[in-house]
Design a protein around this ligand. Structure first.
Ligand SMILES: Cc1cc2nc3c(=O)[nH]c(=O)nc-3n(C[C@H](O)[C@H](O)[C@H](O)COP(=O)(O)OP(=O)(O)OC[C@H]3O[C@@H](n4cnc5c(N)ncnc54)[C@H](O)[C@@H]3O)c2cc1C
Length: 388
């Protein structure tokens, strides 16, 4: 590592993973976040996130997720508690699976890797996963090599590791602007006017990135997605053995969710178009959002249809225009590295993000995440971008 001092902006999954790895590679790293970490409004601060390798025909993400899964296993073996829970993932389709559809394409790619997937045709869904409407979901498959992670706790643990390993944590201060000297970025100025100098600044501020760096506003959108917590009368019906992580026509509707947690809460969210919001403004889940959820439950999960919604949250995606992360040097601003554009599917890669971001800092970005000009709008294959 030629760079000796690095400031990382943002202590979510991307930022803390980067800070840890850059510190391990010998840099003097300062991590800046308004705090407290994990920040309650960060996308990473949540009770659960999917870990899946099902990415349609996209072998790049399939392979990357498979690699991440191996590290999740290693973390399970070495952390004081398991950060990855392998419940498996149920990918349901209300149409017969056929090539070109998300479920069929994912099934073929994941099965070809040797994963013991199980096709769900006939009465199998009703027999094995009884909460689901078998009238509606006529096809699909179960991938046993998938699950979820308590993401907020994971970030908390990584922050503690970073602190123990010598990363300088500056919680309670906010990035305001870049400090420029001699045609390069030389550090940052905080909202309190404090100047912090460094050879390199890594901005990993999630959905806030395009607000902090307005020149990125044409490439990174701030998109709010509603999240619902339901409390079923009988949580036993939603335990992981018979109600694992699931997607329901996800690429056509966005719906996905999790088994009941230890508190009996079932979390459901939508990987859909969402809506643009100000990351520092009000975050409101509307009556219309709840009505859409109820309509979905009525036709798909009748035993959850009457369950009260006990909590809601509007969580923020930092959407890139093509669904790929943006992790590279800004070619027009020497000394600035951007690690953002998570597009709502970044958390599962946290075991690899430190390496990916540190390699980019050292001038070896992943081609998929490298600096690029804006093209047409697209997304990773599970994402529903709305009706054309
Ligand atoms: C509803 C929802 C569901 C999701 N589900 C999944 C899933 O199932 N699986 C999956 O893999 N991914 C999922 N994701 C995506 C995943 O959460 C993100 O990819 C990941 O958490 C992004 O991490 P981040 O570090 O980029 O951003 P964040 O976690 O948002 O962190 C950004 C940090 O920047 C800090 N910051 C903001 N402003 C400033 C400032 N001025 N100065 C310094 N710091 C600042 C914030 O305080 C925050 O700590 C989901 C996202 C959402 C919203």
């Amino acid at each position: 590592m030629t760079t000796s001092t690095i400031i990382v902006i943002g202590g979510g999954a991307f930022g803390v993973a980067a800070a840890l790895e850059l510190n391990r590679r010998g840099a003097a790293v300062t991590l800046v976040d308004p705090g407290p970490l994990p920040h309650p409004l960060a996308a990473s601060t949540d009770i659960s996130k999917f870990v899946r390798m099902d990415y349609g025909t996209d072998l790049f993400y399939t392979d990357l997720a498979a690699e991440a899964l191996d590290v999740w296993d290693a973390w399970n073996a070495t952390w004081p508690w398991p950060p990855y829970r392998e419940t498996g993932l149920l990918l349901l389709s209300s149409e017969r699976m056929r090539p070109g559809g998300f479920e069929s394409d994912s099934y073929d790619r994941v099965s070809a890797r040797g994963v013991a997937t199980e096709r769900l045709l006939g009465e199998k869904l009703e027999r094995c996963f009884p909460a689901w409407s078998a009238d509606r979901y006529v096809d699909g498959y179960f991938n046993p090599r998938a699950g979820w992670s308590p993401s907020g706790r994971v970030v908390e643990h990584l922050v503690a590791l970073a602190r123990d390993e010598g990363v300088r944590l500056r919680e309670g201060i906010r990035f305001a602007q870049l400090l420029e000297r001699d045609d390069r970025i030389a550090g940052i100025v905080t909202t309190d006017g404090e100047r912090l100098e460094a050879d390199t600044v890594v901005v990993a501020a999630g959905a806030w990135t395009s607000v902090l760096l307005p020149h990125l506003a044409d490439r990174l959108d701030v998109i709010g997605q509603p999240v619902f917590h339901l409390r079923p009368d009988d949580p036993a019906l939603f335990r992981p053995e018979i109600f694992p992580c699931w997607t329901a026509d996800i690429a056509r509707t966005g719906w996905y969710g999790f088994p009941a947690n230890d508190d009996g809460i079932v979390k459901i969210a939508n990987h859909g178009p969402g809506r643009w919001i100000d990351p520092d403004g009000a975050r409101e889940v509307t009556a219309e959002d709840v009505a859409r959820l109820r309509a979905f439950l009525d036709e798909s999960l009748p035993s959850l249809a009457g369950a009260p919604v006990v909590a809601t949250r509007l969580c923020l995606y930092g959407d890139s225009w093509d669904g790929n992360f943006l992790i590279d040097h800004d070619p027009e601003r020497p000394g600035l590295v951007v690690a953002a554009g998570d597009s709502g599917h970044g958390f599962k890669f946290v075991p690899l993000l430190g390496r990916i971001i540190a390699d980019a800092v050292e001038g070896r970005p992943y081609a998929r995440f490298a600096w690029r000009t804006r093209g047409t709008r697209s997304s990773e294959h599970a994402r529903f971008l709305g009706e054309e």
